[in-house]
Design a protein around this ligand. Structure first.
Ligand code: UD1
Ligand code: MG
Length: 470
């Protein structure tokens, strides 16, 4: 953008989003983990605007608070954003009128819709360049589509000059074959914008003041109206209903997965893999189908993740395998195996070469290098050393119904099957706990802890019983 050219951005976000059929304001609908309007703000900020004015109305306070506490704070843009109230929803043209007082002395106003989240900063910058180089008074982005659906259609004369826009509900027979649609993205010279808005009326199917009518007014007044063609129609997709939301999310997800593939990650079935933006994955890692990687997760090199696993906010080291399992807010080392059917709950650290599963749960615990927790175990609030063997069905009994208590297990300890370790308790290093024990006292280093009834065999018992029954 030419530096001497000052631009402000108006984002229309006051509508009710009726077609979403929801209590959530449309522009706050989560799209790939972030409110839809954040994507529009990201793109808008790329044109380095003097000011970004968000027009709010329906649930406006919620929209404004979310933007200020989220996007504005994260991007240090508090000083650039302001909000204009549109108290009654009387159409997109009326919404822009409500923003006029908030726009300082700028040369041009870019108008965006809060429900076109796939637009990119790169596209908007090219749009600004085209507006400036064409010395246009008013520019808009259009695209050619096979099925124009709900979009406004661009009317042109036989020489190709724009005559105006007709909304889907107001089409005349002659408009039915038009394939060029309005993206709802405009740049208007700020000197002519108030005048154009003041000429609008609500004489149309919806009884609203359509912003789109300024095109016809500008053309009739002899202003230079130019269009910028977007050749990737997905980028300008308006999200008016939840099906469009699903398509938008699919598109964003495809881009993230594609980039990961190009960086050396194998994703076996991109249509059935869900990876949040910002997740990092090392080379030669294979992501099997049905995998969800969420939040600030990082996966090392040479791992196999999935099938059917969910990892949230966790770090996973190189050459680790996690299959049919859930990992939350935890740190997993290198060459670890988790699963199948295991759950690593928050604040756990699983050190290198350890293995957990199948059917095991670990919570708020440190599992030392090379330790093994297999077959139906629960390990909670435990500090476990290295090379510990936990037998099938072992439980750290960490909760007395009131408070949580810790279990400490030293290096090389061997816990037999079906042991209950009643915390707080310490199992010394190199010690054994006999299978079936309920351990309530510390087991010293190198000792055998055994806490169970001795077995009694009653010789001939079965025959005596049969005699009695006969
Ligand atoms: C609008 C355009 C249409 C274009 C499409 C692109 C108009 C009349 N139509 O239709 O030509 O093809 O976008 O996606 O402009 N809003 C307000 N106040 C209002 C009404 C709407 O702030 O009184 C906001 C909405 O919150 C939304 C945006 O304006 O973010 C667009 O409104 P929407 O109802 O989605 O318009 P479309 O029917 O999609
Ligand atoms: Mg829309």
């Amino acid at each position: 953008m030419a530096l001497e050219h000052k631009i402000s951005v108006v984002i229309l976000a006051a509508g009710e989003g009726t077609r979403m059929k929801s209590d959530i304001p449309k522009v706050l609908f989560p799209l790939y983990g972030r409110p839809m309007v954040d994507y529009v703000l990201d793109a808008a900020s790329c044109v380095e605007p003097e000011k970004i004015v968000v027009v709010i109305g329906h649930q406006g306070e919620e929209v404004a608070n979310r933007i200020m506490d989220g996007w504005a704070k994260d991007n240090c843009m508090d000083g650039v954003i302001s909000f204009a109230w549109q108290l009654e929803r009387r159409g997109t043209g009326h919404a822009v009128s409500c923003a006029l007082d908030h726009i300082p002395g700028c040369d041009a106003v870019m108008i965006l819709c809060g429900d076109t989240p796939l637009i990119t900063g790169d596209m908007l910058n090219r749009f600004v360049e085209s507006h400036l180089s064409g010395e246009a008074d008013l520019s808009l982005i259009t695209a050619m589509v096979d099925d124009p659906g709900d979009y406004g259609r661009i009317r042109r004369d036989e020489t190709g000059s724009i005559l105006g826009i007709v909304e889907a509900n107001d089409l005349l027979p002659g408009d039915r074959d038009i394939k060029e649609i309005n993206a709802g993205i405009y740049i208007v010279d700020s000197r002519i914008l108030p005048g154009l808005l003041s000429t609008l009326d609500d004489d149309n199917a919806k009884g609203e003041f359509y912003l789109t009518d300024i095109l016809e007014k500008a053309a009739q007044a002899g202003y230079t109206v130019s269009s910028f063609t977007c050749d990737d129609v997905f980028l300008i997709q308006g999200v008016n209903d939840r099906y469009a939301l699903a398509l938008a999310e699919t598109r964003l997800r495809e881009t993230v997965l594609r980039n990961l593939c190009l960086q050396g990650v194998t994703i076996r079935d991109p249509r059935n893999t869900y990876i949040d933006p910002g997740v990092t994955i090392g080379r030669d890692t294979v992501i099997e189908p049905g995998t969800f990687l969420r939040g600030k997760t990082s996966i090392g090199q040479g791992c196999v993740i999935g099938p059917n696993s969910e990892i949230t906010g966790s770090q996973v080291g190189d050459n680790t395998r996690i299959w049919w399992s859930v990992v939350e807010e935890s740190t997993i080392g290198e060459n670890v195996t988790i699963g199948p059917f295991s759950h690593i709950r928050p604040d756990s650290i699983i050190e290198d070469y350890a293995s957990v599963g199948n059917f095991a749960e670990v919570k708020n615990s440190r599992i030392g290098r090379g330790s093994k927790i297999h077959h139906h175990c629960y390990i909670g609030d435990c500090t476990m050393g290295c090379k510990v063997n936990i037998g099938a069905g072992t439980v750290t009994v960490n909760y007395d119904g009131h408070k949580k208590h810790r279990t400490v297990i030293g290096n090389n300890a061997f816990i037999g099957c079906n042991a209950n370790l009643i915390a707080p308790v310490r199992i010394g290093k190199d010690s054994y706990v006999a299978a079936g024990s309920t351990i309530t006292q510390d087991v010293p280093e190198g000792a055998l802890g055994i806490a169970r009834e001795r077995q009694v065999n009653k010789e001939g018992w079965v025959a005596r019983r049969r005699q009695k029954l006969d």
